[in-house]
Design a protein around this ligand. Structure first.
Ligand code: ADP
Ligand code: MG
Length: 680
């Protein structure tokens, strides 16, 4: 038996348990041994029965004197045992486990562990852990610190403990360390065997924590190693498009903008331009809150590409955003004879030689453009991808293949408004370089946010109507996504349509528009145009379509069923208001009575950044929900947590060292190849 052996080889694991264990993602011995307890109970104190004090948590050993099923007044069954040793007698009580009288019968030697409490007038162990005592066999469930594992229906911690013990004894000798000694020493981490031992059979709690830390380190290290390899792979590609940064025209462009760059914008532009001058293709993530001004940073890079005679591809997640980018780029680059095309149809082929910047959705650019039509190398030096979380790592790789054949890879700048906490960015996006826009441009006003119970919806509508009539402002009303998916379903569209009719009635005779993903492009554009030109007062929209719209006169946003959104997502939505001079408001309607949901939403009413909100959400809901594991390929951490900042940093360092020094890390390299964590 070794770590790759199926858990089916363990005793008591048949087809039913195999299925159940699958739910815990345990299929082989290694996975079982990496099933780390989420807490421990300390039963290491052992006492004579006569000396066991009320309130103590401990283990006693004795013989069962009697064992009975009793009925309570309410008709429930309880099980009461008398257990004695040479010093005294004590009761043990369980609830609703009538079968226990068969397992624990008079005369049997047992160990019991739990807390001593009153039962009637007598000392008793209430629902204690129990096991039979055998000569020469160490206890598993009593007399030590016992692990409580993540469980699933039909798989209890007690059951897991037994299997872990068996597996541990059978394979521990074959487990070999793959990290160099000095690395472990300098990080203060135990060796692999010790770590697994400590996690399941700790001598004390700090021992257990040290073990967990080592296994968490492994988990993070493997993620980081994948990133390092991916990054080096990327850098192996040579970019032919080494740009010359022409400072004069660039400075002129920057100083011609109607505003001054924020310090982070300046820094980010600097970092990007530096990348563009290098011989290896840039792979950079530009991360910044909604409204932090990412577009103009990307535009500056596109302008640098243009000045070198190269093309840029600018990709947006939706049609509407593509249209908006197209207009923004047009305005910003108006004076410089930059030819910009919006990729909307087949006609684009004819534009190929006459365009400096292509703007379109990911899908369209994929379908319609073949940048290699002349048979030569592509002339695209830069690809800008807006809204990373819609694309993901795989698509990024695919896109790059499409745009740059013959190993000539364009520079890639990915932009995201999802405020990814740094710890996550370092791990998940570890193969990207990171630029962050930390502050919003000056003059942005704080958006007052309220959580509104549904009974006050009508009053809220009244208040909004007043505002529209008196101040001429405009309003977004966002309907919830029905399913937990980023894609719009028919149900979502139906919900949006129904909400639209309700809102229309409520706001009569004001004009109300509807926007959703199933509309034709033409229809969408008409609605948006109406909203921009202030012909539409209230825009009812699904969250997908709406993201990214820039209308300064829209100062109120109302979100229905707000608790269904992640905080980062709500924050992103909210960023659509507060773009102009007027005071802005965000109303979050929630029917939820759950305390957790309400406290999450309450975080939105405080004045904190998107990054802080993302951290809160990460703690409350976990990354799977926050970032949508399925769509994004986001790794769920099993052992480590996103709060392990120093461990995350260390793992990144070690991963890089391991790449650069294969000799020293030869055991790790072998391990990685065997496990196919990296390709050869
Ligand atoms: P996002 O990061 O959400 O994509 P945008 O690029 O759409 O943000 O910028 C939001 C708005 O802020 C735009 O109208 C843009 O012109 C404006 N803007 C960008 N940078 C600055 C700045 N440094 N000062 C003032 N306004 C700015
Ligand atoms: Mg944007």
């Amino acid at each position: 038996m070794d770590v790759t052996t199926s858990v089916a080889e363990l005793s008591l694991v048949g087809p039913i348990y195999l299925k159940r264990l699958e739910k815990l993602e345990i299929e082989n011995i290694e996975e079982l041994l990496h099933h780390v307890p989420h807490r421990y109970l300390d039963f290491s104190l052992t006492s004579d029965i006569g000396r066991a004090q009320l309130g103590e948590t401990l283990t006693v050993r004795g013989q069962i004197v009697s064992m009975k099923n009793l009925y309570t007044k309410t008709g429930k069954k309880i099980q009461v045992a008398e257990v004695s040793d040479a010093t005294g007698i004590i009761l043990a009580v369980w609830f609703n486990q009538p079968f226990l009288v068969k397992t624990l019968y008079p005369g049997l030697k047992v160990a019991l562990a739990g807390k001593i409490e009153w039962f009637g007038r007598k000392r008793a162990l209430i629902s204690p852990e129990y096991e039979k005592v055998f000569k020469g066999r160490a206890a598993v469930h009593t007399g030590r610190i016992i692990p409580i594992y993540p469980e699933t229906s039909g798989v209890s911690s007690k059951w897991i403990r037994g299997r872990v013990k068996e597996a541990f004894q059978k394979v521990i000798q074959n487990l070999s360390e793959f990290l160099p000694d000095d690395i472990l020493k300098s990080l203060g981490l135990p060796g692999l065997k010790d770590a697994i031992d400590s996690v399941h059979f700790p001598k004390n709690l700090s021992d257990a924590e040290a073990g967990r830390k080592r296994l968490a380190f492994n988990e993070l290290l493997f993620l980081q190693l994948k990133n390092v390899w991916r990054k080096k792979d990327w850098e192996k590609n040579q970019a032919t498009h080494k740009l010359k940064i022409q400072e004069e025209p660039l400075d002129k462009f920057i100083s011609s903008l109607p505003f001054e760059f924020t310090p982070s914008q300046k820094r980010s532009v600097g970092e990007i331009l530096q990348d563009l001058e290098r011989g290896v293709p840039m792979n950079r993530l530009l991360e910044g809150d909604v409204g932090s001004g990412k577009t103009v940073v990307a535009t500056t890079a596109a302008f640098a590409s243009f000045l070198n005679g190269y093309q840029t591809v600018f990709m947006a997640p939706t049609q509407i955003l593509a249209q908006q980018h197209y207009e923004t780029l047009g305005k910003l680059l108006d004076k410089y004879k930059v030819r910009i095309s919006l990729v909307i149809s087949e006609s684009v082929k004819s534009d190929l030689g006459k365009t400096d910047i292509f703007v379109g959705t990911h899908a369209l650019i994929h379908q319609k453009l073949d940048f290699d039509t002349e048979g030569g190398d592509s002339n695209v030096a830069l690809v800008v991808i807006d809204e990373q979380h819609r694309f993901g790592v795989e698509q990024r790789a695919h896109l790059v293949k499409k745009v740059g054949r013959k190993k000539i890879v364009p520079h890639v700048l990915t932009m995201t408004a999802t405020p990814i906490p740094r710890s996550v960015a370092l791990t998940f996006y570890g193969d990207l370089d990171l630029s962050t826009l930390k502050e919003l441009p000056q003059g942005r006003k704080k958006i007052t946010t309220w959580v509104v119970p549904p009974v006050k919806r009508e009053a809220a509508y009244g208040w909004i109507e007043e505002k529209i009539k008196k101040e001429g402002i405009q309003v977004f009303i966002i309907c919830p996504l029905i399913e937990e998916s980023e894609k719009e379903t028919m149900q979502t569209v139906a919900a949006a349509t129904k909400l639209f009719l309700d809102v229309k009635k409520a706001f009569k005779p004001l004009s109300v528009g509807l926007l959703h993903g199933r509309q034709k492009a033409k229809e969408k554009n008409e609605v948006l145009k109406g909203f921009k030109e202030k012909k539409i007062h209230v825009l009812v929209s699904t969250p997908v379509v709406e993201v990214g719209i820039d209308v300064a006169n829209a100062t109120i946003m109302l979100v229905e069923a707000a608790e269904r959104f992640g905080l980062a997502q709500l924050h992103q939505l909210r960023g659509r208001v507060g773009r102009g001079e007027k005071k802005s408001y965000c109303l979050l309607i929630s029917e939820s009575k759950s305390k957790k949901a309400i406290s999450r939403l309450a975080a939105m009413t405080k004045s904190i950044s998107g990054f802080e909100l993302a951290e809160i959400d990460l703690k409350l809901r976990g990354p799977g929900e926050v970032f949508g594991t399925k769509q994004s390929g986001f790794p769920e951490l099993k052992i480590a947590s996103w709060q392990d900042f120093s461990l995350i940093r260390e793992s990144k360092k070690v991963a890089e060292e391991a790449f650069n020094n294969p000799q020293k890390f030869n055991l790790l390299h072998t391990y990685l190849k065997e496990k196919q964590i990296i390709a050869n």
